[in-house]
Design a protein around this ligand. Sequence first.
Ligand SMILES: [Zn+2]
Ligand SMILES: [Zn+2]
Length: 306
Amino acid sequence: MYVPLMNSTSSLLSSPPETYWGNFDEVSKYNVHLNVFERLWAAWYAYMQNDVLATGIMSFCMHELVYFGRSLPWMMIDRMKWFNKYKIQNQKIPTRQEQWACARLVLLSHFTVELPQIWLFHPMAKFFGMQTGVPFPSLLTMAYQIAVFFVLEDTWHYWSHRALHWGPLYKNIHKIHHQYSAPFGLAAEYASPIEVMILGLGTVGTPILWCATTGDLHILTMYIWIVGRLFQAIDAHSGYEFPWSLHHVLPFWAGAQHHDVHHERFIGNYSSSFRWWDYLLDTESGPEAAKKRRERRLAREGKKVQ
Ligand SMILES: [Zn+2]
Ligand SMILES: [Zn+2]
């Protein structure tokens, strides 16, 4: 028998079992066509009996797990001398105290700013028709939607980050994020709560905008997008540039090399994932970009003299 576990998964079972695994067995019995992840997923919503709460708890735990889980290897790498040759500003290894102070502020902002944002996401996205049920969308659908989110978020990030470098906004909001001139993974979300809100809007608002325009978004796509975006932000702050870093394969990918210069020089390289905005608007940072700019200026002046 096929039980269409669509959007309100919680209302489908007449007398739901009390335990999570009881729900899992029940879902499995009637939905043999679902894969194990889809069954685990459907059982969670059926068990919780409250979709907003189910999404809220799952998203918050996932965010914490990925944020600290992804930062941990970078902290270990900082303690291994062998990796020092790959550190971009290799004379500046963060101390344990610095990392601990950073983790404390990050945790505080996770509980005070990000938690309400995460909680509000479900009702908002639901309002625009986001799906939470099973079966999941195809890998291809998720992949192209996530690619669109990366491009749109990068655009939002470029402009709002560039605005945050304007005097009064920098002094009152963005300065906190620039406390570490040599960034490390954990410092990715080390920022003023206002900044977390402004830049977070690009991450959360992009899929909502997409859902409002196309009506086609599954919350699993949203989760994978958030995981991808967290990896991108943490790795960009890692401070390490390897011969196998992604931008060697995808030259338009920003990566750590791009963002590290931003922290070191406080100017230029404003985008998050890609290099095209900085390239097109001539806001690239670093000695190489400065050299090219100088050469262009000299060529212009040379033409004028002729
Ligand atoms: Zn900045
Ligand atoms: Zn940064």
